[in-house]
Design a protein around this ligand. Structure first.
Ligand code: 16G
Ligand code: MG
Length: 567
């Protein structure tokens, strides 16, 4: 957009945008004055990426202020509360980020991601006009009230940055509630609670603890009254917000599960050598956790929306149980319950190209569950999962949840009241599971409680769970290129369209190995190209990953050091 093209009819010299009654709706003078206090660094261009804006914290003050402004417009347009979360998830402590949460607790709509990018990058003097332009394009009713809920993670920069969000909200006349420290999924939960007028739950931290814990206690009643020992789980909290919230929450469910917290933020640095991202990408345990042979451990990421499990066997060998195996455990449990109630509700599993080939094969061939693949990023999986009565979605990295359609929920509730014996029991379990899953977004705490409940009810050990199938060896690498946008993909990122010749090169390399698969895609969060490979042995996988990296380097404008064999 060229801001000079714009001269909206109601734009008056005092800087007010006049509504049809001639009253000012946006005090653009005040916006301009406040904005100077949150000035945009010269030449800085940022993109609303896969999960919002993310970069070094010192570059984000203006973005936060402007996202406060945008949240007000979105709130007016949707006539609903909108969420703003200040976090950079698994990224280093020095980074930060921000994302907006839409009315049902889901990620911001794609068309508004463009508005967010446009607003964040506007030069100071164009800011009022960009605001007016967004309001017009999105048909925002400026007379509406606006309400914004705000949460933040434990990063040292987060408190000040969330104050900048508040400055943006208030200068446009929006009301707000600042929840302070929250996990990302808790903020999503709060937004949905408020917009469902409390039907989804109480919009307080206490309400969240109570809803999930009572569902967990109800679901596991049966397992624990059979005399099982109280279960213990070791949790690596990535030195992040998950530690604070789990410490507050654990006494609500302590009769069924005892959690032992590690990397709770009292000593170590956020996400440093710990957390779900570290464990998944290095395929090794985090520092700072005491593991015992064959005992379950899990790791959250820095904002507690991802979880992976793992254990050491008696020989000290490390076993990772990632999002794919979590999805498999959950789907097989749900499928059993659905067979019990016999009501023809559809179940589907949604994965991305990163899902281990063994998991897809197991789900399709052994469990006979339909599996779909979408592009990377929660919003893509979430939308696909909404097409089923019950949609299970997980990324291999541990991001995921289960969505129940309104129709499925109604049916289940009815069966839980009316049907007899076994059928009723299964329906009651499903009823508790609906409450236990965070329906807005993947949630490490909620997923952990679901997993612990299923393991307890099925009497499964972590080894038995792990043995459902054997992961194919896999490897992920990064390649630096001058411009990662020269790569474009199709077929849920499994095929390269551009640059010419790259997909053919990958096809030829993949043919050299057994059970092999490889794909490349530009990262949505880092300035790199990601390479994924899997094959029948780790050695072959590593060779394939290296060869594909080299092809990317040569055909897609690699810069810096050439990829090396052996990593
Ligand atoms: C973001 C996404 C995550 C995805 C990752 C991919 C959300 C909330 N988070 O963290 O789902 O797996 O990006 O990163 O959508 P990449 O594009 O750098 O590989
Ligand atoms: Mg995260």
């Amino acid at each position: 957009m060229s801001p000079d093209d714009l001269d909206p009819p109601g734009f008056c010299p005092q800087g007010f945008w006049l509504n049809e009654r001639g009253l000012p709706d946006m005090d653009l003078d005040a916006v301009t004055k406040q904005s100077v206090l949150h000035a945009k660094p010269d030449g800085l261009i940022l993109q609303y990426g896969t999960a919002g804006f993310r970069t070094k914290a010192e570059h984000l003050d203006h973005v936060m202020f402007r996202m406060g402004l945008l949240a007000v417009l979105r709130s007016k347009q949707t006539k609903s509360a909108i969420g703003v979360m200040v976090t950079a998830s698994h990224n280093p402590e020095e980074d930060n980020g921000v994302k907006l949460v839409d009315p049902l607790g889901e990620m911001l709509a794609a068309s508004w991601e463009e508005h967010a990018t446009c607003l964040a990058n506007a030069e100071e003097e164009h800011l009022p006009r960009v605001l007016v332009d967004i309001s017009e394009k999105a048909a925002v009713d400026l007379h509406q009230d606006a309400f914004v809920v705000i949460g933040r993670d434990t990063r040292p920069s987060s408190e000040k940055l969330s104050q900048s969000v508040i400055d943006g909200v208030t200068v446009l006349g929006g009301q707000f509630h600042d929840y302070g420290l929250l996990t990302t999924p808790q903020l999503h939960y709060m937004v949905f609670c408020r917009n469902s007028k409390g039907q989804y739950g109480k919009a307080t931290v206490e309400g969240y603890y109570q809803k999930l814990s009572s569902a967990f206690v109800e679901l596991t009643k049966q397992a624990f009254c059979s005399g099982d020992d109280r279960r213990t789980l070791r949790v690596d909290c990535a030195n992040g917000i998950g530690a604070l919230k789990l410490a507050e929450m654990r006494h609500y469910f302590s009769q069924g599960l005892s959690v032992q917290l590690f990397n709770d933020g009292t000593k170590g640095k956020l996400n440093h050598l710990c957390g779900a991202d570290f464990v998944k990408s290095h395929q090794k345990p985090p520092q700072g956790i005491e593991m015992r042979a064959n005992e379950r451990c899990c790791s959250f990421d820095g904002d507690a929306d991802r979880i992976v499990y793992y254990y050491h066997d008696a020989d000290g060998q490390f076993h990772l149980i990632d999002g794919d195996k979590i999805a498999t455990l959950i789907s097989s449990f749900l499928k059993e319950l659905l067979l019990e109630i016999g009501d023809g509700l559809s179940l589907g599993v949604v994965q991305t190209a990163y899902a281990n080939g063994s998991s897809t094969r197991y789900l399709e061939e052994v469990m006979k569950v339909p599996v779909y693949c979408t592009k990377t990023g929660v919003k893509h999986l979430h939308h696909k999962a909404q097409e089923f009565d019950i949609g299970v979605y997980f990324e291999a990295n541990g991001h995921g949840t289960v969505l129940f359609s309104k129709a499925a929920e109604t049916k289940i509730k009815q069966l839980a009241k009316e049907s007899e014996d076994e059928k009723r029991k299964a329906a009651k379990m499903l009823e508790s599971i609906i409450d236990l899953f965070n329906q807005t977004i993947g949630d490490a705490i909620s997923d952990m409680l679901v997993i612990e409940a299923i393991l307890a009810l099925k009497g499964l050990t972590v080894q038995q769970w792990d043995a459902l199938y054997t992961d194919l060896p896999n490897r992920q690498l990064k390649v630096k290129v001058a411009d990662r946008q020269v790569i474009s993909t199709t077929d849920a990122e499994r095929q390269v369209v551009k640059p010419p010749g790259l997909q053919e090169a990958i096809n030829d390399l993949v043919k050299k190995y057994r059970l092999s698969r490889a794909f490349v895609r530009p990262s949505g969060t880092e300035d790199i190209v990601r390479v994924y490979a899997e094959a029948d042995s780790q050695e072959n996988t590593d060779s394939l990953a290296y060869e594909v990296s080299l092809a990317v380097f040569q055909l897609a404008g690699g810069i810096g050091e050439r990829p090396q064999r052996g990593f």
